[in-house]
Design a protein around this ligand. Structure first.
Ligand SMILES: Cc1ncc(C[n+]2csc(CCOP(=O)(O)OP(=O)(O)O)c2C)c(N)n1
Length: 571
């Protein structure tokens, strides 16, 4: 058997796991590992400018491929800089392996230079963590880390490696395990047949059904089965922010997103439904609004891989613990064999009602003198044929992108839903572009968010990552300002950003192309020009109406149907 040092084993194990890129930043505790990286060329290391960006790059790779991304950060400040990225992945159930350097094992607990208790700090935001105690365990720990991150409900796993576990002169037999055996961990591979049958009976008997889908459909690779089931039954489908693209957004049966900024028809349909089939969605507070008023006439069946998600905020009638894909497959078989069919007349009436809601307020916004952010997103959808990877930051621009970009495929909408991490967008776009060099990759952002990781423009230059940055410039922290308009009589406390940089000069100084767009008439030409520059990063600074709000917006603690439809109209 080949003898390798702990440092070499880390890199070899990643190679044997099929990892092509790792995203990271060096430091003292990792110097042996970085030396091992230098001495091979199968695993490529991407040097970011801030560790948070490394985690978001790894995370976005995972969101686009359903495979775990890998970040590598040093002990102390390197590890703490990665915390936001780990929490971001955790909240959205994204598989990721984060390798953190640690001080020498014999110094742990002594407040050594750059010591931080990373296992302690990250415990509430990881699916699992490992501390390497013996160098010879590195291959099996890394194997387990990937297995845990990617199976069941996915999530981030931290592997903390004290520096003396990687000493170059100490060598051990290396063997990368083919399989993982863990007595204490065995994710379920199918749902309970009796429960599935019960849910299908209710599904077929429903008169006002809605299929409510979330990120579990995307990460569980269940989009194909979802589409088949919904189309077989002709039932309406709504999706959460995380579930965008799981069902084609341009299809007639799609009601669009539900929840706080969901479409009028999605929220109305949910409220009035008599049966909800929830698939890989977790009834979070941005979806349910007031839980005591949630969908009063609906019975609910809930498919989720994680039993802890079921009946957590909303009691459901039929819990089904299992992978969305396997359960939906079984449902499709039962529907095909079923003797009873849906009540065609009732379903037709239900569609009539939904279409009326659509007519009344189907994703419209008012045009004005100034360019509207919604117009920019619609143009982005048009120019990229709805086929781009759209990586978003957090704020109004994120909601406009979710509402107005029509995603027809899963894994194309890359955003921080659960944690809502400003600064996610650019590194996420970089992670996607690196792995999909031929695809159009857009980063939709705002002046607040982009400045949280703007240093990564330098990484983009070094690794030639020609993403297109669409800055919806409203000269403010727009989402904060909107809440202040609605709840604090427009007292705009700290939501206006003065002394913004000249973004064009800024991006030029990093070696990229900048474009300023102020008039809607110029938008299409400029955007087409930007996307035609295949090998250049283009930053489009697009001036939009600074007073625009995101609507619909649910009235706090109301029911699903209680919404502001515009600045003056309420349901
Ligand atoms: C790291 C972080 N800090 C603070 C917030 C709170 N927050 C949510 S949206 C928002 C404003 C975002 O402003 P900008 O990026 O300019 O986007 P806009 O809303 O104007 O489109 C803020 C401050 C957050 N989500 N993340």
């Amino acid at each position: 058997m080949e003898l390798l040092s702990g440092a070499e084993m880390v890199v070899r194990a990643l190679r044997d796991e099929g990892v092509k890129y790792i995203y990271g930043y060096p430091g003292g505790a990792l110097l042996h590992v970085y030396d091992a990286i230098f001495q091979q060329d199968e695993v490529e290391h991407i040097l970011v400018r801030h560790e948070q960006a490394a985690t978001h790059m790894a995370d976005a790779y995972a969101r686009a491929t359903n495979k775990a991304g890998v970040a590598l950060v040093t002990s102390g400040p390197g590890a703490t800089n990665a915390v936001t990225g780990i929490a971001t992945a955790y909240m959205d159930s994204i598989p990721m392996v984060v390798i953190t350097g640690q001080v020498m094992s014999y110094l742990i607990g002594e407040d050594a230079f750059q010591e931080t208790d990373m296992l302690g700090i990250s415990r509430p935001i990881v699916k699992h963590s490992f501390s390497v105690q013996r160098p010879e365990d590195i291959p099996s720990i890394i194997k387990k880390a990937f297995h845990i991150a990617q199976s069941g409900r996915p999530g981030p796993v931290v592997v903390d490696i004290p520096k003396d576990m990687t000493t170059p002169t100490e060598r051990y037999p290396y063997d990368y395990p083919a399989n993982v055996k863990m007595r204490s961990y065995g994710p379920i591979s199918r749902g309970h047949s009796g429960q599935i049958k019960k849910a299908v009976d209710m599904l077929l008997a429903a008169k006002r059904p809605v299929i409510y889908t979330g990120g579990g459909v995307i990460m569980g690779d269940a989009s194909e089965e979802l589409v088949k089931l919904a189309q077989e039954l002709n039932y309406p489908v709504t999706n959460t922010l995380m579930g965008l693209g799981g069902y084609p957004g341009t299809d007639r049966q799609s009601l669009g997103m539900l929840g706080m900024h969901g479409s009028y028809e999605a929220n109305m349909a949910m409220h009035h439904s008599d049966f909800i089939l929830a698939v890989g969605a977790r009834f979070d507070d941005r979806v349910t609004n007031g839980t005591d008023k949630f969908c009063p006439t609906a019975r609910i069946a809930h498919i989720d891989i994680d039993p802890a998600s079921i009946s957590k905020t909303i009691d459901v009638d039929v819990p089904i613990v299992g992978p969305a894909k396997a359960v939906l497959k079984e449902m499709l078989e039962l529907v095909a064999e079923a003797k009873t069919q849906p009540d065609a007349e009732a379903i037709a009436n239900w569609w009539k009602q939904i279409d009326e809601w659509r007519q009344r307020h189907g994703g419209r916004f008012e045009l004005g003198d100034k360019m509207k952010p919604q117009q920019v997103i619609e143009m982005l959808s048009k120019v990229t044929n709805g086929d781009a990877f759209v990586c978003s930051d957090v704020g109004q621009h994120q909601m406009f992108a979710a509402q107005y970009y029509k995603f027809n495929k899963p894994n194309r909408w890359i955003n921080s839903g659960g944690l809502g991490t400003m600064g996610f967008g650019l590194p996420a776009a970089m992670g996607v572009k690196l792995n999909f060099p031929d695809a159009d990759v857009a980063c939709v952002t705002g002046e607040g968010s982009i400045q949280m990781n703007i240093q990564e423009l330098s990484t983009c230059k070094q690794y030639d990552l020609p993403v297109k940055i669409i800055n919806l410039n409203n000269q403010s922290l727009g989402m904060v300002r909107q809440w202040q308009d609605m709840n604090y009589e427009s007292r705009h406390s700290q939501s206006y950003m003065k002394s913004l940089p000249d973004f064009i000069k800024l991006v030029e100084s990093y070696g990229h192309v900048g474009m300023k767009v102020k008039r809607y008439e110029d938008l299409e030409g400029a955007m087409r020009e930007a996307f035609a520059m295949k090998d250049r990063l283009v930053f489009m600074d697009i001036y939009v109406d600074p007073f625009e709000h995101v609507y619909p917006m649910q009235v706090p603690r109301g029911s699903m149907r209680d919404m502001w439809l515009n600045k003056t109209e309420r349901t």
